[in-house]
Design a binder for this molecule. Sequence first.
Ligand SMILES: Nc1ncnc2c1ncn2[C@@H]1O[C@H](COP(=O)(O)OP(=O)(O)O)[C@@H](O)[C@H]1O
Ligand SMILES: CC(C)(COP(=O)(O)O)[C@@H](O)C(=O)NCCC(=O)O
Ligand SMILES: [Mn+2]
Length: 910
Amino acid sequence: MAGLKDDPVLGINDMIETREETEIKDAVIDKVREEGGQGDREMAPMGNSIHRSGSRPQLDLSKAAIQGNSEERDPTILLPNQSDDISHLALDIGGSLIKLVYFSRHEDRTINDKRKKTVKERLGISNGNRRSYPILGGRLHFVKFETRKINECLDFISSKQLHRGGIDTHGWLSEAPANCSAVIKATGGGAYKFADLFKERLGVSLDKEDEMDCLVAGANFLLKAIRHEAFTHMEGHKEFVQIDHNDLFPYLLVNIGSGVSMIKVDGDGKFERVSGTNVGGGTYWGLGRLLTKCKSFDELLELSQRGDNRTIDMLVGDIYGGMDYSKIGLSASTIASSFGKAISEKKELEDYRPEDISLSLLRMISYNIGQISYLNALRFGLKRIFFGGFFIRGHAYTMDTISFAVHFWSKGDAQAMFLRHEGFLGALGAFMSYEKHGLDDLMVHQLVERFPMGAPYTGGKIHGPPLGDLNEKISWMEKFVLKGTEITAPVPMAPPGTTGLGGFEVPSSKGGTLRSDASALNVGVLHLVPTLEVFPLLADPKMYEPNTIDLSDHNELEYWFTVLSEHLPDLVDKAVASEGGTDDAKRRGDAFARVFSAHLARLMEEPAAYGKLGLANLLELREECLREFHFVDAYRSIKQRENEASLAVLPDLLMELDSMTEETRLLTLIEGVLAANIFDWGSRACVDLYHKGTIIEIYRMSRNKMQRPWRVDDFDVFKERMLGSADKKPHPHKRALLFVDNSGADIVLGMLPLARELIRRGTEVVLVANSLPALNDATAMELPDIVAEAAKHCDILRRAAEAGGLLVDAMINTLDGSKENTSSVPLMVVENGCGSPCIDLRQVSSELAAAAKDADLIILEGMGRALHTNFNARFKCDALKLAMVKNQRLAENLIKGNIYDCVCRYEPAS
Ligand SMILES: Nc1ncnc2c1ncn2[C@@H]1O[C@H](COP(=O)(O)OP(=O)(O)O)[C@@H](O)[C@H]1O
Ligand SMILES: CC(C)(COP(=O)(O)O)[C@@H](O)C(=O)NCCC(=O)O
Ligand SMILES: [Mn+2]
């Protein structure tokens, strides 16, 4: 769940908001006329999907909508059905379930503006690292259907036009020409059984791939490319396992579908199916349905959670008169014979509780599979067993039971592990079998998983047709998500019990309810972002952990859950106001609040549901939810107001600074950064404070309160590095990366004056800002204008900004040859690749990675970037971490201090 790495406008869930159709149509036509010179003749008829053909792009205007404020003169218009969103599909049609993996791509819309080009040239970024065939940017979606309801699956494919994609001669996924029959990769028995149906209904041929090949390819891809894919599950405790890619093989893959396959995997494409069993998921569901009359698999599984298998299983104690058979290590409560008590002639099926039958059956099958798996692992000397297949269904009790069996029989020698994409291995493998898609080259840092709300996106089954647009999505949520939230409310776990004398006691994780499939939210949408890179200045990328606060501690989770919940009404107000306060904005605001609360509730129940959870992930999730409901920039007007107010007092501040000695100036500058970091709309305490004065009054108050030593105070060491000492002459840093935080005083009166000082001392400065808005953080898009305004009052900034290509007018002069600017040290701006208040340095923009190559100083500013994340990060170059702590609990836990204490941590290159 890392930063934003996708197109903010068109990249979210293929969904748009539906507004007044005619009004939008007119606006679209006007806009297209203005921009592209395409007349009405070339327009596709409204409501019809038209696919691109030949050299002349045609527009599909169906469901077009205005993005943002429709009152604006030149609003952005979204064309969700415009077919440059190319999809591609692979299927695994099993005995019980059909699994779909599909890919959607929006064409690269990076605007190659002049500013960016100059910065790229300055930083020496070329396009040279492109591969012979590019990895595609886009998203992988995971969806499943019941095989007996195959028509729903066909409708889904048809309505999303998923069968139209193809691979062109360059290896790009593209659209198949209309006259060419599409071919879809498919695996599982259904690829044979239903081939004619697919041809008949969709006109597509199924290209059959071997099921075992696909399972292995899917598992290998997931284990290499997804950071938090594999986990152990013992006695209710889930723990992610970091798999070393160089030490993955050999392993045993056990796929528990309708039946069970056991595959020894030695490498990519190197495997052998060593065993299997016919007692699998189909057995549990089939036998369970006959015995309990359950209507669905989930109902059966849910019954088991209220069951007591002792009423039906024959236990060791039943045979031994209540005693353990301790000589061979079996306790009285060990199951001696599953369903053994049913031999009693006095009882019929109706006399047993369906709950007990379901539990007994589940335990019988899970133990059996666990035991056979272990025996096969033993046979080949394998220590690791990965379990996949939808029988597992993320169900704690099932996983505990299997783990218990493996642990028991191996005496702790072998380990059972589970996969988050459990049932999608085959479908993913079929997808991987398309040639030249480049996906097998993807690295962990190029994948970002997101968890948008909505039936097709939850990895769950589809209830009815796919959601067409944002409007439909909100309606769906209004009906279901509140219910979903109740279902996902925390489920108390029984305290871990002892497992006795090594016998099969009841494992502890027997929650009272089962999460509904519709709100399962276990598997998100995988965003493939080829441009992301690992920040090259991390001292030890393998050991790097961005989060300072680990939310697997329940108290921590509860605290931050409350903080974020309490902040929600205020955030919704700001978001709705930022979109004009219309009824539509209110409805979206309500939907946002619902969805974010549902995520929080889900995570309270199972903190590791979406992978390892840290505070940074929660803060990012909040921003993602806002974007999901098309809130482009909730703090837009606040940011603007604060920028203006701060720019007005900047000249006075610069004058004051220029009158100081070097030493006092440096201290005042750092003090200024810390003081101005108080402008943080994400902190409850600060927002309360803003009611008590104007921006400038608060800024002054904050500066006046600055008193050294700060709670963490390495200023003197930093000063010595910057100014030298009696016997050491200073040498300036070559390039500094300044990770900036908030708009207004924070950037204008804090970070910009510090940047100016570095420039003055001969250090190139790169301001690193968010790619997308998050709270009141300044974005990379906004910075050039702020710098341009500041440069009006300051020659140092002006020359540096000109040299860095930030001032467009000045650049025009330069291009004319009328102005020479090469003499000054440049000031540049790069985007960091994130849309969150925190930064995960494992996934940053390629621009930032390039800028880092010559940098020898980094300055991380603000709570999000320097405390919540990266507080413990070590770098290859000098690092300065500056922040004011605006939360009491964090101050106590992290620096044993109080709210409004400051951190100035300087760490020379390691
Ligand atoms: N919603 C569901 N409907 C039916 N079976 C389900 C469902 N969820 C989980 N299952 C279990 O998953 C099994 C199918 O797993 P899967 O990996 O899809 O195998 P297959 O490819 O054989 O269909 C079923 O037999 C059943 O035990
Ligand atoms: C979201 C933030 C990390 C932003 O802080 P910043 O990086 O702007 O200093 C911070 O405001 C925060 O931790 N807020 C939640 C805690 C609170 O309301 O006290
Ligand atoms: Mn911030």
